[in-house]
Design a binder for this molecule. Structure first.
Ligand SMILES: [Ca+2]
Ligand SMILES: [Ca+2]
Length: 150
């Protein structure tokens, strides 16, 4: 190999190493999809995911994904990605807290679907809401302080 070939090779390797060095920072800003449902989200939406929880929302034995995503610096929304036999389906969205978000799944009435309990805060004001997926829309069953934290 001619000496300049080696030089090109070394520069190429250095560039690759440099890119690897930058990559971890990018991961912290944007949650990289680590499941097919989140990958589907990333393919069809540009909004970054804040948090997500897996569970069988509609009771068909297949795991679905509930996720909170950010649509503006002070605005978040929550939706469900149903994992249906013929592909994923993203539900209508509902408002979600802006900070310290948490999603819990609980069947509060002993029949499908699982109810979704979302909580969080905004500037120290805490709130939570209970949502249910009906006809692919997230219906507000109950909420307290959601106006202050969303
Ligand atoms: Ca399911
Ligand atoms: Ca239920």
């Amino acid at each position: 190999m001619k000496s300049w070939h080696w030089l090109v090779l070394i520069i190429f390797i250095l560039i690759l190493l440099g890119l690897r060095g930058i990559y971890p920072d990018v991961q912290e800003v944007f949650t990289l999809p680590d499941s097919p449902a989140l990958a589907y989200w990333a393919e069809t939406n540009s909004y970054p995911i804040v948090t997500s929880v897996e569970g069988d929302i509609n009771g068909d034995g297949r795991l679905d994904m509930v996720l909170i995503y950010q649509i503006a610096p002070d605005k978040c929304q929550i939706c469900v990605i149903l994992n249906l036999e013929d592909g994923f389906m993203i539900s209508g969205s509902s408002r979600a807290p802006v900070e310290n978000q948490s999603i819990k799944l609980k069947d509060i009435d002993n029949k499908p679907p699982l109810e979704i309990i979302v909580s969080g805060s905004k500037r120290g004001k805490y709130g939570y809401g209970i949502l249910r997926l009906e006809n692919n829309q997230l219906i507000d069953l109950f909420g307290e302080g959601m106006d202050e934290c969303c």
